[in-house]
Structure formats: structure tokens, C-alpha cells
Design a protein around this ligand. Structure first.
Ligand code: ATP
Ligand code: MG
Length: 693
């Protein structure tokens, strides 16, 4: 069973069939975790070792950088060197650089990094809306059109057919799209979509280039083929020419980029296009425990209108594991704190940090997890999206706040912050658009930080707030270390971890609110949940929170996709009692000064109304801060990782006498209690004794 050193033993009979199939069209149609990526990497290795193709003649493509990296790692492990495993864009960029001088001459071009500036100019000229959100939506719409091979002239009809939610009147979109293209050409720029358009055009229009290219690349492999766009398919066709040496693998149930023009049709119709194709189906799930597989089957069984060819039932191959856990929390900080507590337990049990992931629907959700993990001293990395403080809207907000802080400002800090952020897109009500919503959520998160600070310090002002933000930004930018992964569900495609936390599973987030008017969009959201569930090898936690902020109105409902998955008598309803909800459970709900019930994150953290007098013990606070500085140095972490200012202030106000008092302060969970509880209590006690002396 050995092809000159390559072991084929770790393959089942169907996988082996795909790996050893003769060169020519091969299609693997199979569910998550069945070994599709493993099969194609083995196929490449097999063909190379058999001498049927040289490594440099193989071009393997996929859709995300991370997935391409995963393919390269697996190929290297199989001893294959010199095969390109890249994204469509990276492949096209390389080819264009190579062929451009010959085809176009020495006329230079520059790759446009982001469409916003030119779309802004075009929108202005077209009289279309030019707020930051409208521009982002217009840019996304142009991207969809280009990915779908829709010209400006065709846009109105095509967008109606695709039931697009146009960001402006279709005629206006046409004008912006045309204006954008004109401005771009005039400044000799090309955008990411043009990379693909030009590559396919050059290959179809220049026979000599096509001949040279086709001599160099003989064998094509596409992973995650269900997410191919018509534009990418055109490039693939140009690469192939008349040949059929193409292996594709995919899972129609994991199509999660339809909104951007992707379609599983080429995957499902592969054997119609290549009648001689070898079509292989895999059903054994090697990735996940039977418990996780069963949940995945349930999620996808509920899908409506599944296309023929996508009905597969996964059969788990691994030994039994823990059942998936469902947990409901009062608010997001409590949810995040419980997740952090559970992660600490997993780490203590020996699960590697790199084998744990927290996944969410929109990138803005990461902030509360970044904070909870920083509070718990757990290192993390944000994947496929940027860390909160690196996001463009957050950076813009910081600049705007810094500028405003330099001038005179009257009024309450949170109001001032809202005012400064309003022009950046912080409307009173959440917007419905996709990208605009993400942006809005990030800006709102900043206002919430301002509210928190305003409640902690009586004289909180804008310069102080800016300084606080800068410190937080630093605390959340520790040097890259091995850490747990924070990623959006989209960015998690193709990857796997021992433990996966699917967070924020409320209606309005999964499915996302703006999908609501459209059945097809709802189904895409369901597939996204299926992608999330199938990332877990063993431990799977699903959670949601009824309110966004601590003490806020508990008005959310858990995701409709969970109906029928959670047994009716399951304590999901009230899982907080078990799941590290120490701080949530014990947290004070009424003001310790006036007794009225607490509203807002800050009030809850302080244990008093924001308006009630602060009774902070300044001397104790100073000593706590000194202690924090030395501990942070000792542990080689930023001070914030030990305790935030807000938590120290709360300690100095409440002077807890015992561990019970300590954990009732939010921001102090079991981990912190373990590590720092004794120190803090001793510091507080010192204070009490001196009082009595
Ligand atoms: P996805 O749809 O999520 O991309 P996939 O079908 O590409 O999943 P892989 O990532 O290739 O699945 O495989 C899932 C896991 O199962 C990997 O850890 C892989 O090494 C393992 N695996 C696949 N096939 C086998 C096998 N025959 N024996 C043992 N382990 C296997
Ligand atoms: Mg895969």
C-alpha cells in the first residue's frame, strides 16, 4: 500500500479511491470532517510520488489565507515541496505580475488596497449617500457584482434576479459602479476583482501566454469548491483550457459566501460538466465525537430546500465524548466570564491553548471575549478579523476622540463620546446592513467603555478616557504567543479544534438580523451554525446571553436554530448555576448605598448607583495599584491582565472581608480568586486593622 514512502494506510477505501484515481476529473462531495482536505493533499502527494506530475506543476487553490496555510502545512508533512497552495487571489496576482509586462508592456499598475476612497468620490458625483456605512455597502455591492460577472449596465436586472438588498436605488448603484471603474482606470489602479478578471482575459486572449501557462501547470486542485464565485470559476476555466485534470472537493452544506456571489452549483453539477468524472462520497466523520456529529446532523437536517446531492448523513468515527453543552446567561459579560472560566479548566486539564477556539458571528463580538480573557490572564489570538483596537472604525474613533479631547468639551463623558462618534456611524438605533452593523457594534462598544469609566471615576473626562482606551489597546496587544483562537464563524471554515465555544447564539445574531426578510439568507445562517458545530473535535459549548450589558433588559431570545436541539427539560434555560457563573450568580443586583436596583455595567461593577456617592478608600487604592504593578512585572503581563482599574476601584470601595465578598465584585472569577485572592484580602485587612487601631 505504499507509494514510494507515502503511507496510504490512514485512508479509508473511499478516500483511497479518490487519492489513487487516475489523472482527470475527480469530485469529492462530502460533509464536514470526512477528510476532504486530507484526501486532496494525499492525492497530490500520491501523484507526485508516482511521478505522474511534478510538484511545481500542481496548483492547489482555496478561498482563505488560513485554509491555504493549512493545506501547505499538510503537504509539507507529506513530504511535498514546491507545490503552490494559495488563494485564488494570490495565484492570480502572481500570474498577472509575470505576464503583464509581456502583454501590456511597461505601463505600470498598482493594486488598490480597499475600494472606499474611490467609491466615495464616485458616490459623491452620483449624488448617492456618502456616509461611511453607505460607502462600505456600496463597495460590497460592487464586489458582489464583479464576483458575479455583472457589468454596471446589467446591475439593475441582475440584482433584482438575485433579490439583492441594494444599498441605494439600483440606478444610483449603476452610476457609482461606473464612476468607480472610471476613476480606477484613470489612476492606473486595479482592484482585487480585476486581478481575477485580467488573469482570465489574458489567458483567453493571448494564445502564447496560455500555452506557456498550460505547459507550466498541469494539475489543478480546489478545496472548499462550494464557495466558488462565477468570476473565480472563469479563472479556473481559463487555467484549464480544454483539459480536465481537475480535482475538486466540497460540501454544499457549508456554502457560507452566497451573499458575496458564491454558489455550490459548479460542485453539484461537476459530473454533468465532466461526464467521465470520478465522483466520490464520504460519510465517515473522523474529526468529531458521535455526540458532536449527532448535533451537526440535527442542525443540517432542519435545513430547507437542500439541493440534490447535498443530503449526506455523517457517521461519527471517534470514541464517545462529552455531550455538547447549552448555556444561557443574563448578559454578555457573564457569558464571556463563564467561557473564560471554562477555558481555564480545560487548560488545567491539559488541553493545549492552540486547541481551543471561541467563535462568534460578527467580529465586533470579540471585544467582550478579549476583555474576559485578558481579565482571566489567558493569552489569545484574533483570527480572520482584527483585534478590536486594530479595526479601522475603532482606529478612526480613537483619532476622533483624541482630536476632541484636545479641545474644550462640556457635559457627561458618555454623551460626549456618543456625540464624537455619531459622524462615524453611531446612530441611535442599530442599522440593518451587514457591514454597517459591525461598524456600529464596535462604536457602541466604545460608548459602553465610556459609561463604565464614568461610573468608576467621578471626574472622568475625555482626555482620561482616551488615555484609558490607549492603555486597553496596549493590554489587548500582548506580543504574539501561543493562545486560544478568537474567530468569526466565517473565518473558521476548514479548521478544527479540540474545544469549540459557539457564543452569542441569539436570534438577531445567529441568524443575523438583516437575514430576516429572506429565506435564502436564513438558510445560509443555518449553514454557518453547521460550520461552527463541525469545527469541534470533542468539547462543544453553545451559549447565549439575554441582554447585551450587565443589568440591561433581558430581551433577547436564544437562536431559533436551537429549537428542537435542546431537550425541553434541559437546564439550558438556567445553566448559569453550573457553569462558572460565580460572578454572575453572586453579583450584586441592588445598590449597597441606596438599595435601589442597579442598571448598567458600571453600576453593577461598582455595586452602587452611578449617582450615589463614591466611598473609595484612596490609600487602599494606591496600595492596590502598587501591588498590581509589582505582580504584573513578576508575571510579565500588562497590569490590566491582573486587574482593571475599575475592579481595583470596586475593591477599594467595597473593602471585601472574605472571598465571598471578593467574588461578588464583577471581574473577579474563580481564577483570579485563586491567584490573587489572598494578596488582595491581606491588603484590605491591613487597612481594616489600621482603622481599628
Ligand atoms: P471540512 O469540511 O471541515 O473542511 P474535511 O472534510 O476537509 O472537513 P479534514 O480536515 O480533511 O476534513 O479531516 C478532518 C479530520 O479527520 C482531520 O483531523 C483528519 O486528519 C482526520 N481524518 C480524515 N480522514 C481520516 C482517516 N481515514 N483516518 C483518521 N483520521 C482521518
Ligand atoms: Mg477541509
Amino acid at each position: 500500500m505504499d507509494a514510494e514512502g507515502l503511507s496510504l494506510e490512514g485512508l479509508d477505501p473511499e478516500q483511497l479511491g479518490a487519492v489513487t484515481a487516475p489523472r482527470g476529473p475527480v469530485c469529492v462531495l462530502a460533509g464536514a470532517g470526512t477528510g476532504k482536505t486530507r484526501t486532496i493533499t494525499h492525492r497530490i502527494a500520491y501523484l507526485v510520488q508516482r511521478g505522474q506530475v511534478s510538484p511545481g506543476q500542481v496548483l492547489a487553490v482555496t478561498f482563505t489565507k488560513r485554509a491555504a496555510g493549512e493545506m501547505r502545512t499538510r503537504l509539507r508533512a507529506l513530504g511535498v515541496h514546491g507545490t503552490q497552495a494559495v488563494t485564488f487571489h494570490a495565484a492570480a496576482l502572481r500570474q498577472l505580475r509575470y505576464f503583464w509586462p509581456r502583454v501590456v508592456g511597461d505601463e505600470p499598475w498598482e493594486l488598490l488596497d480597499g475600494k472606499l476612497r474611490l467609491v466615495g468620490q464616485a458616490a459623491h458625483r452620483a449624488g448617492a449617500p456618502t456616509t461611511a456605512e453607505s460607502l462600505r455597502d456600496l463597495a460590497s455591492e460592487i464586489e458582489w457584482a464583479k464576483a458575479s460577472l455583472v457589468t454596471p449596465e446589467d446591475y439593475p436586472a441582475a440584482s433584482a434576479r438575485a433579490r439583492r438588498d441594494s444599498p441605494a436605488h439600483p440606478d444610483q448603484v449603476v452610476e457609482v459602479y461606473q464612476g468607480y471603474e472610471r476613476l480606477k482606470t484613470r489612476s492606473r489602479m486595479i482592484d482585487f476583482d480585476d486581478l481575477l478578471l485580467h488573469t482570465s482575459a489574458i489567458l483567453s486572449d493571448h494564445a502564447d501566454v496560455a500555452t506557456e501557462f498550460r505547459d507550466r501547470y498541469r494539475c489543478f486542485v480546489v478545496d472548499e469548491y462550494q464557495d466558488v464565485t462565477p468570476l473565480q470559476q472563469r479563472v479556473l476555466d481559463a487555467w484549464l483550457g480544454e483539459r480536465d485534470d481537475l480535482t475538486v472537493v466540497g460540501d454544499a452544506n457549508q456554502t457560507i459566501y452566497s451573499f458575496a456571489g458564491a454558489s455550490p452549483r459548479p460542485l453539484l453539477e461537476f459530473s454533468r460538466r465532466f461526464p467521465g468524472a470520478e465522483v466520490i462520497r464520504l460519510e465517515r466523520d473522523y474529526r468529531s465525537t458521535p455526540e458532536v456529529v449527532s448535533l451537526a446532523n440535527q442542525v443540517i437536517d432542519a435545513a430547507k430546500d437542500r439541493p440534490a446531492g447535498s443530503r449526506l448523513r455523517l457517521v461519527g468515527q471517534r470514541p464517545a465524548g462529552p455531550p455538547p453543552r447549552f448555556s444561557e446567561y443574563d448578559d454578555e459579560p457573564a457569558e464571556a466570564a463563564a467561557v473564560a472560566t471554562r477555558i481555564r479548566q480545560l487548560l488545567d486539564e491539559g488541553v493545549a491553548a492552540s486547541e481551543i477556539a471561541v467563535l462568534y458571528r460578527v467580529n465586533a463580538q470579540s471585544e467582550v471575549y478579549e476583555q474576559a480573557l485578558a481579565d482571566a490572564g489567558i493569552p489569545y489570538q484574533v483570527r480572520g478579523g482584527e483585534r478590536f483596537f486594530a479595526r479601522p472604525e475603532v482606529r478612526q474613533a480613537m483619532i476622533a476622540l483624541r482630536t476632541a479631547a484636545a479641545g474644550e468639551r462640556e457635559g457627561e463623558l458618555p454623551d460626549t463620546v456618543r456625540e464624537v462618534l455619531a459622524p462615524l456611524g453611531l446612530t441611535a438605533e442599530p442599522p440593518v446592513g451587514g457591514s454597517t452593523r459591525e461598524r456600529w457594534e464596535s462604536l457602541l462598544a466604545i460608548v459602553e467603555l465610556a459609561e463604565e469609566l464614568a461610573g468608576t471615576l467621578n471626574d472622568a473626562d475625555l482626555p482620561g478616557f482616551v488615555a484609558e482606551l490607549e492603555m486597553r489597546a496596549q493590554a489587548q496587544h500582548p506580543p504574539t504567543v501561543e493562545g486560544i483562537t478568537l474567530a468569526s464563524l466565517h473565518a473558521a471554515k476548514g479548521l478544527e479544534w479540540d474545544a469549540v465555544f459557539l457564543t452569542g447564539l441569539t436570534d438577531g445574531t445567529v441568524p443575523i438580523q438583516h437575514a430576516d426578510s429572506d429565506d435564502a439568507a436564513i438558510e445560509e445562517e443555518r449553514r454557518l451554525l453547521y460550520v461552527g458545530v463541525t469545527r469541534a473535535r470533542e468539547h462543544l459549548w453553545l451559549s447565549w446571553a439575554l441582554s447585551r450589558t450587565a443589568g440591561g433588559r433581558r430581551s433577547r431570545r436564544r437562536s431559533r436554530f436551537l429549537h428542537g436541539l435542546i431537550p425541553e427539560d434541559h437546564p439550558a434555560a438556567r445553566a448559569r448555576q453550573q457553569d462558572g457563573g460565580t460572578s454572575a450568580r453572586a453579583r450584586r443586583t441592588s445598590c449597597r448605598i441606596c438599595g435601589s436596583s442597579l442598571v448598567g455595567t458600571t453600576a453593577v461593577k461598582l455595586g452602587r448607583c452611578e449617582g450615589c456617592p463614591s466611598d473609595v478608600d484612596e490609600e487602599l487604592l494606591t496600595r492596590l495599584k502598587e501591588w498590581r504593578t509589582s505582580r504584573a512585572k513578576q508575571l510579565k503581563v500588562p497590569p490590566y491582565v491582573v486587574f482593571t482599574d475599575a475592579t481595583l476601584t470596586a475593591i477599594a470601595e467595597q473593602r471585601p472581608a472574605d472571598t465571598g465578598g471578593l467574588v461578588s465584585i464583577s471581574g473577579i472569577g474563580p481564577t483570579k480568586l485563586d491567584r490573587f485572592g489572598a494578596d488582595v484580602l491581606a491588603l484590605v485587612q491591613g487597612d481594616v486593622q489600621r482603622d481599628g487601631a
